[in-house]
Ligand binder design. Structure first.
Ligand SMILES: [Zn+2]
Length: 423
């Protein structure tokens, strides 16, 4: 694989180099088709548009979308509870789906019969993956969609996928070196963990040349370590379980190109009004997914967009990094943590007076500490052990519990305090 050019070329040259006017026409066309298609079989879509006083014919162009209120991701669990299983957003009968995923919330996501609904191959190709790469996919194959979507995209490109899934570092090292894996897919922190462990085990570095990382922030300092010390071209994408991939880095690594089959708007987090390029706002996406169309879906993530030309030749605007969360929902090791999950955890123990979840950073790993103030007479050791297992159960994360004295958690403190810094 040494002679492969990982920087040049496109997965779909025509689509990725559209002029701004042609891109707008392309997006207008699929948007009108999508709304028309979803109206009858997806009552969830219909209800939202009708509540805004709109008929399908009223949403035919990107500009029309501003009339549709933003649907917050945090509203999804209740919407799905009210109209199970998918909140009325799925356009095909359950029997025709290929898979159903369960994300924290809980939020269910359907995988429809069509391939390439998540645009992963565009992102992976731009990030340097090429036919013939042998790729370890370390995203979790249980419940969550990311591993399956990228698995399918790798297969579409012509890569060989080793579905190693999450964890079990020693086995990851052994497998990656044995099969001579040239590619890695997963979180950036776990790639670092694998590289360090390979060194400790004395088996030599796995022959990774290319990595697609995501689900957590990717500091430039870590990218440099991958590139300079390990010769790995690591690029990131941005996506969610509900939307699939919506943006990705090319070889230039100067922001994330927006996928043409998603209309990504940066909006005022309070009013939902689209903001001009260059302003920070909430990422709001409308996806060209015929099975599970999301229309004006508010991710809760903040970013900004530029339309300055990129040296790679792609013409789409680029999203310039993650600028935090629009609400209190916080991402820890790639998993969303909601304030109400903290309530759910402490409900399993009698006598918790106050609780605060502190998210920090140790090296290249997120840490999660739950501070609790206990009522008098509560057995601290027993409470700690029950709470730690409840964190694993409810938040799907490992965390430590710290029992603190009265007053350490101030009155009215944020339930989740994010103390991470990125540089
Ligand atoms: Zn580019």
């Amino acid at each position: 694989m040494k002679t492969v050019d990982r920087r040049a070329g496109y997965w779909n040259r025509e689509k990725e180099t559209l002029s701004p006017a042609a891109r707008e026409a392309y997006q207008d066309a699929w948007l009108a088709r999508l709304v028309e298609h979803a109206w009858a079989p997806a009552p969830g879509v219909r209800r939202r548009l009708e509540d805004a006083g709109l008929q399908p014919g009223d949403v035919r162009r990107i500009d029309d979308l501003a009339r549709v209120p933003v649907m917050k991701k945090s509203a999804m669990p209740d919407l799905q509870k009210a109209d199970p299983p998918f909140g009325g957003f799925c356009t095909v009968p359950v029997q025709r789906l290929r898979r159903i995923f369960v994300s924290p919330g809980p939020i269910l996501e359907p995988m429809g019969p069509e391939l390439s609904a998540w645009h992963g191959e565009t992102c992976l190709y731009a990030g340097g993956f090429r036919p013939g790469d042998v790729v370890v996919n370390t995203f979790g194959y249980q419940l969550l969609p990311a591993a399956h979507e990228l698995d399918e995209a790798l297969h579409t490109i012509g890569c060989v996928v080793v579905s190693t899934g999450v964890g079990n570092t020693d086995q990851q090292v052994t497998v990656a070196t044995t099969v001579r894996a040239t590619g890695y897919v997963g979180t950036p922190s776990f790639l670092m963990t694998i590289l360090k462990r390979a060194n400790e085990m004395g088996v030599g570095r796995p022959p990774f040349e290319v990595a697609q990382v995501g689900a957590e922030p990717f500091p430039e300092s870590l990218r440099r370590v991958f590139q300079d010390e390990h010769g790995i071209m690591a690029r990131q994408g941005f996506g969610t379980a509900d939307l699939g991939m919506i943006a990705y880095e090319c070889a230039e690594a100067a922001g994330m190109h927006l996928v043409e089959d998603v209309i990504t708007q940066i909006c005022d987090p309070r009013t939902g009004e689209p903001l001009p390029h260059g302003q920070v706002g909430e990422i709001v996406a409308t996806t060209n997914n015929m099975t599970y169309p999301m229309i004006r879906f508010g991710t809760g993530d903040l970013s900004l967009v530029t339309d300055e030309p990129c040296a790679c030749g792609r013409t789409s605007p680029r999203m310039l990094g993650w600028r935090g969360r629009a609400d209190e929902v916080t991402k820890v090791r790639g998993v969303f943590v909601h304030p109400r999950q903290a309530d759910e955890v402490v409900a399993r123990v009698q006598g918790v007076r106050r609780v605060q979840v502190v998210v920090g950073r140790e090296g290249h790993q997120d840490s999660l500490t739950m501070r609790v103030e206990l009522a008098e007479g509560v057995d601290a050791a027993a409470a700690r052990s029950t709470l730690e297992s409840a964190i694993r159960d409810v938040m799907k994360l490992r965390g430590t519990v710290e029992v603190v004295g009265a007053g350490v958690i101030p009155e009215g403190a944020k339930k989740i305090a994010d103390e991470r810094t990125w540089e």
